[in-house]
Design a binder for this molecule. Structure first.
Ligand code: FPP
Length: 234
């Protein structure tokens, strides 16, 4: 069975979780931010090496200015509260997404976290922020075309070559994609990288995604038969 090295999660359901408790949507996002620490520790203990979390999509700018403003402050909350522990645990913070469009203070917090942890070789905790697959793939295409035009690359690229232009170039493909919150959509997340991933859509909202639920998802992964388009090896 292929080892579950890379787990990607669409952290959905924060708003509904908060509403069910009579709280504002932002309370769900705050609980969601705290849950990142809990789930990172659980993932690390399960031997997962890469955990990619969808914190903000290129489409999330359509939300109210108040909600977007709140979400943009969460990296400072998350790393302010837990960065020392992440460092102590050997985690390396990595980033994917168009950081240039983020508020300067948010960008700085994220880049600082990545820089401070860059020598670590434990869990890669990858934050996808202002990330969208279409945006990523178009950038890759345009960067490659520019390299060809400038004579830096040959025409006719293969898969491994193309992957070098993606924001995820340093990471292995996704083995398991989990979406919390009950919807069954991919929402422009890691479209290239999930080509052979197992997909799990689960009802629990992200703040209710406990270590036990992660364990259940990983157990389910190991129970499935991944053939990558081939036939079963007996
Ligand atoms: C989806 O729930 C969640 C998001 C758009 C944001 C996810 C963010 C966090 C978990 C907090 C951590 C964030 C950062 C930047 C470190 P939803 O609001 O769509 O929930 P709903 O579907 O119930 O409305």
């Amino acid at each position: 069975m292929n080892e579950c090295r890379h787990v990607a999660i669409i952290m959905d359901g924060n708003g509904r979780w908060a509403k069910a408790q009579g709280k504002p949507r932002t309370a769900g996002h705050l609980a969601g931010a705290d849950n990142i620490r809990t789930v990172a520790i659980a993932a690390d203990e399960l031997g997962i090496k890469y955990l990619t979390l969808y914190a903000f999509s290129t489409e999330n700018w359509k939300r109210s200015a108040d909600e977007v403003g709140y979400l943009m402050k969460l990296p400072a909350y998350l790393f302010g509260r837990y960065m020392e522990e992440f460092l102590q645990r050997g985690y390396r913070i990595r980033l994917i997404g168009d950081l240039s469009a983020l508020p300067a203070a948010t960008r700085k917090v994220l880049l600082d976290a990545a820089e401070r942890s860059q020598a670590n070789d434990g869990l890669n905790l990858i934050i996808a922020i202002n990330y969208g697959s279409h945006d990523e793939i178009l950038r890759a295409v345009n960067d490659y075309a520019a390299d060809v035009a400038a004579g830096r690359a040959e025409q006719g690229i293969d898969e491994a070559g193309f992957e070098q232009y993606l924001m995820t170039k340093d990471f292995p493909p996704v083995d398991l994609l989990i979406r919390t919150g009950g919807e069954q959509r991919i929402s422009n997340y890691l479209l290239w990288q999930i080509a052979y991933a197992e997909l799990e859509f689960i009802p629990e909202a992200w703040p209710d995604f406990t270590p036990e639920v992660l364990r259940r998802c990983v157990d389910e992964y190991y129970g499935r038969d991944r053939r990558f388009g081939g036939i079963k090896n007996e």
